[in-house]
Write a protein that binds this ligand. Structure first.
Ligand code: FES
Ligand code: FES
Length: 220
């Protein structure tokens, strides 16, 4: 039984000398780790065992029986590639792609232990990962990009819950948009309006006593 990416995976018919890489790929169907050299030279088979980066081609699977194994398939969340994987793709680090699962595991492992590596530290971490086509510039840029992204998210989280609240513009309630609320108040009957005092201004549109005053306002 192996515990891989948080799940118990039974392993049957394995020979005791089989490598972790072989068991992952051939018995468990996890083909993310690649068999580039089978000699611990290329880094394409890198996985984490109990949080430590290892070349799975050199690790007998039986020694990982009580350990937590994390492969490149375990980096994604709900089917979405990790920030490292997305940055590698954005920065053009993926050409044939053969080395990329191992690169991604190495970068994750690096950032878990050192959240803000210098370029030299990143180069040193990646020195065991061989890439035959894209080169390393894109990988190094991806590392710095992920560091910047994570720092920005950490700053946002420290800014407090107010900034995390969704910003919904104020919206007026039903019937209140642009209309004077008095328009919705009950109006007094016409007789009641006549009862207003002699100095009260007449209601809008009411020109007062039409019997005494003509259209000239009673000055004729
Ligand atoms: S296949 Fe394991 S280091 Fe190359
Ligand atoms: S992208 Fe092809 S070996 Fe690295």
């Amino acid at each position: 039984m192996l515990r891989v990416n948080g799940a118990d995976r039974p392993v049957t018919d394995a020979w005791i000398g089989e490598s972790l890489l072989y068991v992952l790929r051939e018995r468990l169907g996890l083909a993310g780790a690649k068999d580039g050299c089978s000699q611990g030279e290329c880094g394409a088979c890198n996985v984490q065992v109990d949080g430590r980066l290892v070349a799975s081609c050199l690790v007998p699977a039986v020694t990982s029986a009580n350990s937590e194994v994390r492969t490149v398939e375990g980096l994604a969340t709900d089917g979405r590639p990790s920030d490292v994987q997305r940055a590698l793709a954005r920065r053009g680090a993926v050409q044939c792609g053969f080395c990329v699962p191992g690169m991604a595991m190495t970068v994750h492992n690096l950032l878990e232990g050192n959240p803000a590596p210098t370029e030299l530290e990143a180069r040193q971490a990646l020195c065991g990962n061989l890439c035959r086509c894209s080169g390393y510039r894109g990988v190094l840029e991806a590392v710095q990009e992920v560091v910047a992204e994570r720092e920005a998210h950490a700053d946002d989280a420290q800014a407090g819950p107010e900034t995390d609240e969704p910003r919904i513009p104020h919206q007026a309630g039903p019937g209140a948009g642009g209309v004077n609320p008095s328009a919705f108040e009950p109006q007094p009957p016409p007789d009641a309006r006549d009862a207003t005092g002699p100095h009260d201004p007449p209601p809008y549109g009411d020109h007062g006593d039409h019997d005494n005053h003509g259209q000239d306002g009673g000055h004729a």
